[in-house]
Design a protein around this ligand. Structure first.
Ligand SMILES: NC(=O)c1ccc[n+]([C@@H]2O[C@H](COP(=O)([O-])OP(=O)(O)OC[C@H]3O[C@@H](n4cnc5c(N)ncnc54)[C@H](OP(=O)(O)O)[C@@H]3O)[C@@H](O)[C@H]2O)c1
Length: 259
C-alpha cells in the first residue's frame, strides 16, 4: 500500500480524490490498494496519519479536494455508549467537514443484520445502527454497504464467543464472506455514477455458528469445546433477508454442513 498521508495538501493529479476514514485498517488498506490500482488518489485518514475523526484534528486539511469518503472506521469499544458515540460522532464530524470541502458521496461499511431482531441488543451493533442512521439522515448522499462476517474474521469471532475456555455458539445462521469481495464492492461504489441507498453482501454458503466454529477449531488444531447455546434472536438475524450480492469465494474449510 502506498497511501498518501493526510498532512500535506497534495496537488490534484487525478480526477478523483478519495478519503478513506480508517485507511490503514484491515478493510481500509485493501480498499486503498484497490482504488490506487485504478489510478484513483487516496488520502488515508487514521490516527497514524494524524487525523482524528472524533476530535476533528487534521480532518479539514485531509478532506481538502476530496470527492468521496469511504468510512471503514472501527473502535475497540463494544459497550453501547462507547460504540454509539464513536460511530455517530465520526459521521457527524465527517459530514460537517465534508460538506465544507464539497464531498458528494459518503460510503459506509456496516454489518448485515444490525438493527434487525434481537441482534441489535449487542452494544457494538447499536453503534453500527447509530452510524447507519446518522449517515442516512446526513446532508451528504450516502451508500451503506452491509457485509456479513469476513471469513478471515471467524477466529476472532470464536475468541469473542469464548467464556471460561468454552466457545458458546448459537444455532443460528452465519454466511461469511471473503474480504476481497467486500473490498470490490466498496471500490465499485466509489466509481458508481450515483450514490445508492443500501447494498448487502454475503458469502456463497450459509452455515450454523456452532458447526462453523467446530470445523474451524478442528482445522486449526484448537482443542476448545464448542457448546451450542440458545440464540438471542431469530435464526436468520445475521444473514441477508432480502436481495443481496452473493460472493463466490467459499469458506476455506470443506465439508461443513450448510444450513
Ligand atoms: N470484521 C468483520 O467481519 C466485519 C464485517 C462487516 C463489517 N465490518 C466493519 O468493517 C469496518 C472496518 O473494520 P476493520 O476490521 O477494517 O477495522 P480496523 O482494522 O480495526 O481499522 C480501523 C481503522 O479505524 C481507524 N480509527 C480508529 N479510531 C480513529 C479515529 N478516532 N480517527 C481516525 N481513525 C480512527 C484506525 O486508525 P489507526 O490504525 O491509525 O488507529 C484504523 O485504521 C468496521 O466498521 C466494521 O464494523 C466488519
Amino acid at each position: 500500500m502506498s497511501v498518501r498521508a493526510a498532512t500535506a495538501a497534495p496537488e490534484r493529479s487525478q480526477d478523483m480524490r478519495v478519503f478513506i476514514a480508517g485507511g490503514r485498517g484491515r478493510v481500509g488498506s485493501r480498499v486503498a490498494d484497490a482504488l490506487e490500482a485504478q489510478g484513483i488518489e487516496v488520502v488515508s485518514g487514521g490516527l497514524e496519519d494524524g487525523v482524528d475523526v472524533i476530535s476533528g484534528k487534521g480532518l479539514a486539511e485531509a478532506l481538502a479536494g476530496v470527492d468521496t469518503i469511504v468510512n471503514v472506521l472501527n473502535t475497540p469499544r463494544f459497550d453501547a455508549e462507547g460504540a454509539i458515540s464513536f460511530f455517530e460522532g465520526a459521521v457527524d464530524n465527517l459530514t460537517a467537514e465534508g460538506e465544507r470541502a464539497g464531498v458528494r458521496h459518503h460510503i459506509v461499511l456496516s454489518i448485515v443484520g444490525v438493527g434487525e431482531g434481537d441482534a441489535s441488543d449487542i452494544g457494538y451493533y447499536l453503534g453500527k445502527v447509530a452510524q447507519e442512521k446518522a449517515v442516512r439522515s446526513a446532508s451528504i448522499p450516502a451508500t451503506i454497504i452491509r457485509a456479513t462476517q469476513f471469513q478471515s474474521y471467524i477466529p476472532v469471532l470464536i475468541d469473542q464467543h469464548t467464556v471460561d475456555g468454552r466457545v458458546l455458539a448459537p444455532r443460528s445462521y452465519i454466511q461469511p464472506v471473503e474480504l476481497d469481495e467486500v473490498v470490490d464492492l466498496l471500490a465499485g461504489a466509489v466509481t458508481a455514477p450515483e450514490p445508492g441507498s443500501a447494498i448487502e453482501i454475503a458469502g456463497p454458503d450459509r452455515f450454523f455458528h456452532d458447526d462453523l466454529f467446530r470445523a474451524t477449531l478442528a482445522h486449526r488444531g484448537d482443542p476448545r469445546e464448542v457448546v451450542t447455546v440458545d440464540g438471542q434472536g431469530p435464526v436468520e438475524a445475521m444473514v441477508p433477508r432480502g436481495a443481496y450480492r452473493k460472493g463466490t469465494v467459499r469458506y476455506p474449510i470443506a465439508g461443513i454442513p450448510t444450513a
